[in-house]
Design a protein around this ligand. Structure first.
Ligand code: SF4
Length: 406
């Protein structure tokens, strides 16, 4: 792990519009009339133009060179083609795109019109992430998805024909009606597609999704009674790791798998602590200041507030060296490459790093981490309870300073 590269920026655009709300979804997304789309994009473009002055006011470095862009959501491809064209014109106006910039758009299968695809390609989009979740049609339908397996396969053919071979497929373990047999079927279809990247998530049960609330309350709506148990979901995840590796998609992060060289460069920047500017609802940003403090900022998750020119507060946190060290551990450990002790010592100094190395050795003795040749990594067991492992590296510092700013 090298000292984070601060000289190139990633841009993240949150597009929170969806055709319908999936039962398991806990993102800040919703179903809004198309009339809101152009107002929303106008706000994105305004914030993009205002970013340099805002960064200056916060005394943080905003690189003008951009090497990754990511449109997430929500369902970004619901935007009309001309709105994409406007956003990309604004990006090129304000920033300098590197020639090999990775530009990703998330896409819901079956919801990509031809003219939107053409606009994306013309704008330079070179990577698409498809939110498939399951190749078993009944599971997709029970989750509120509109696609079938055939529709996904057709979209893959269209994207490749349009010159976008850099494709990701998301799968979700823990859907209603999912069994080990049906999960294996989804994995087999994914492998057969030959996509160079896959993401595998486990169902998150929390108050933020309809299905999560129903499970917490012990109800049966949204087919909650058909959700597999925790042990089965963990087994699904473990089988995915093995099965994808056997087909050339090696795990490089807890939820991510890729052919060599096809890792998501945008997502890597989060775990490598490289700077990014997030625009739109509930979007996060991260910048470095001259004094090596780190600024983290998040926009509101309330759409009317975001669209109101008089509002749009950011919640900001300043991270000093100790909090940055904590992040270096729990973000770095997400990657299979692990955390380099030598790089930590170079960045933070031996005295600052020593207590966390002691934590790492204790967790290694418990079988949750491995230590070899200067690198610390999660073991397979540690990966299954990674949040508990990461929590061991927190609390080494006073509370973060939090403030509101415009
Ligand atoms: S899972 Fe994706 S497509 Fe479904 S509601 Fe959430 S953001 Fe929209």
């Amino acid at each position: 792990m090298l000292t984070p590269d601060h000289n190139a920026l990633g841009l993240y655009f949150s597009i929170p519009f969806c055709r319908a709300k999936c039962t398991y979804c806990n993102f800040a997304s919703g179903v809004y009339p198309a009339s809101e789309h152009s107002r929303y994009v106008a706000r994105l473009i305004h914030d993009l133009a205002a970013a340099p002055a805002w960064a200056q006011s916060m005394q943080v470095h905003l690189p003008r060179q951009v090497d990754t862009i990511y449109f997430g959501g929500g369902t970004p491809v619901l935007l009309a083609p001309e709105l994409f064209t406007q956003i990309f014109a604004a990006i090129r106006d304000q920033f300098q795109l590197t020639p090999d910039a990775e530009i990703t758009i998330e896409c819901a299968p079956g919801q990509l019109p031809d003219d939107t695809l053409a606009a994306m390609v013309a704008a330079g989009v070179n990577r698409v992430s498809l939110g498939v979740q399951s190749f078993v049609d009944r599971e997709a339908t029970l989750s509120g998805r509109f696609h079938t397996r055939d529709i996904v396969l057709q979209d893959l053919r269209r994207l490749r024909a349009a010159g976008i071979p850099n494709l990701n497929i998301d799968l979700l373990a823990g859907l209603a009606d999912q069994t080990l047999a049906s999960w294996r079927e989804s994995l087999a279809v994914l492998r057969d597609t030959g996509v160079p990247h896959a993401s595998v998530y486990m169902l998150e049960i929390d108050e933020d999704s309809r299905l999560g609330r129903e499970l917490i309350e012990g109800g049966i709506r949204y087919s909650a009674g058909l959700v597999p148990n925790d042990d089965t979901i963990a087994q699904m995840y473990e089988e995915a790791v093995t099965s994808l590796a056997a087909s050339g998609l090696a795990q490089y992060e807890i939820s991510n798998f890729a052919q060599p060289g096809m890792e998501s460069r945008h997502n890597l920047r989060y775990w490598q602590r490289r700077p990014y500017l997030g625009l739109g609802l509930d979007a996060s940003s991260m910048f470095y200041a001259e004094d090596k403090m780190v600024l983290r900022a998040t926009t509101t998750d309330d759409l009317p507030e975001f669209l109101d020119p008089a509002e749009t507060a950011h919640e900001t946190s300043w991270l000093g060296p100790t909090q940055q060290l904590e992040e270096a551990w729990f973000l770095g450990l997400r990657r299979n490459a692990g955390v380099s002790i030598r790089a930590l010592i170079t960045e933070f100094g031996p005295d600052a790093v020593a207590p966390s190395i002691a934590v790492a050795h204790r967790l290694a003795a418990d079988g949750l981490l491995s230590t070899a040749k200067n690198f610390v990594r999660l073991t397979d067991r540690g990966r299954l309870i990674s949040n508990d492992v990461f929590a061991e590296f927190l609390g080494l510092a006073p509370a973060h300073h939090t403030a509101q700013s415009k």
